[in-house]
Ligand binder design. Structure first.
Ligand SMILES: Cc1cc2nc3c(=O)[nH]c(=O)nc-3n(C[C@H](O)[C@H](O)[C@H](O)COP(=O)(O)OP(=O)(O)OC[C@H]3O[C@@H](n4cnc5c(N)ncnc54)[C@H](O)[C@@H]3O)c2cc1C
Length: 291
């Protein structure tokens, strides 16, 4: 219909991530239930693992419904393809989407206003340079940069990494969650007003079921825990590919010779961290205290 971008074709990388249409949606669900659903309950937290369904763009566009998912899941469980624990966890995630839709229905300003109004006067810094570094995947924190580059190149981002990058923007950089929500809305294939707003508010601590405000994801330990072999970071931040796993989450901690061996020149081939984790964390907590 002539809607595809041409100059430039910024959607060129999207192909493998979404075959629009009902047939694509059913094929993806069947493929997931036959193979990748095994181990979903644990594997869903590891961005390099292939354990998630990638159904969200199909759900968002109405190419598949939660009831179709439920029916297919029950069949797969009956055949023994999917275990009870993995099936229950998967269904619970689909349930979060329903919950977000419910929240938006009853709170039409969910994408604009803090659900818990006591958080409204939060002292944001809103530095445009910080926002731009985050959007471009140039924060100097490899797990954050990997996620933001994955988003730009593919229109998708793994849920674990969405939580990490959102927490980093809101708490480390103290950029208003609405700016992150807007960027996600522009760039995600599954951009959904309800799920996006409920999730950003969850991370910010101001949502209905929110993470406690003092929970600040540590982008260094999150990388170690959820990308232990560094496959995800190496894929999206290739300039760090030759660093040993030990330093992949925090390249500035690597001794000079290790950086040299990996051809990493901080400030040239890869940025220095734009904020110091410990002091940014302390400043965020102090800002929350003012509320
Ligand atoms: C800051 C932030 C913003 C987000 N924005 C969106 C968005 O715009 N659109 C969107 O669909 N999801 C959003 N999510 C939720 C979640 O990241 C995606 O739904 C999930 O990554 C999609 O991948 P999947 O289909 O492989 O998920 P799976 O793990 O296979 O889960 C199956 C389905 O359950 C639903 N689901 C899973 N996790 C969540 C969740 N936390 N909240 C709501 N529904 C969920 C999705 O529809 C998903 O397709 C956001 C999460 C965060 C932290």
């Amino acid at each position: 219909m002539g809607f595809l971008p041409t100059r430039p074709n910024w959607a060129a990388g999207f192909g493998p991530h979404w075959t629009p249409g009902e047939a694509g949606a059913m094929a993806r669900l069947d493929g997931f239930l036959e193979t990748r659903a095994k181990g979903y309950a644990q594997g869903r937290d590891f961005p390099a693992a292939e354990n998630v369904s990638n159904l969200s763009p199909h759900l968002q566009t109405g190419e598949i419904t939660p009831r179709q998912i439920l029916a297919s899941l029950r069949r797969a469980e009956g055949l023994g393809d999917v275990g009870q624990r993995d099936g229950a966890k998967f269904l619970a995630e689909v349930g979060w989407r329903e919950f977000a839709a419910y929240l938006l229905f009853h709170n039409p300003t969910l994408a604009a206003d803090e659900f818990q109004q006591k958080f409204t006067p939060f002292p944001w810094l809103d530095d445009p340079k910080d926002l731009a570094a985050w959007q471009r995947g140039q924060t100097g924190y490899p797990i954050v940069d990997a996620g933001m580059r994955e988003l730009w190149q593919t229109g998708t981002m793994h849920n674990r990494v969405r939580m990490i990058v959102a927490s980093f923007l809101i708490k480390h950089l103290r950029v208003n969650w609405r700016a992150g929500l807007a960027w996600f809305h522009d760039t995600l294939l599954d951009a959904d007003v309800a799920s996006n707003a409920a999730s950003w508010q969850w991370v910010a601590g101001c949502g209905a079921d929110a993470a406690p405000y003092f929970r600040i994801f540590n982008p260094i330990t999150q990388a170690i825990k959820f990308d232990p072999d560094g496959d995800y970071i190496r894929r999206w931040v290739p300039e760090l590919a030759d660093l040993p796993n030990k330093y992949l989450g925090a390249p500035w901690q690597a001794p000079g010779p290790v950086l040299d061996n990996a051809n990493v020149a901080l400030g040239f081939t890869y940025p220095h961290p734009i904020v110091d984790h410990a002091s940014a964390r302390a400043a965020a907590l102090a800002a929350f205290e003012t509320l």
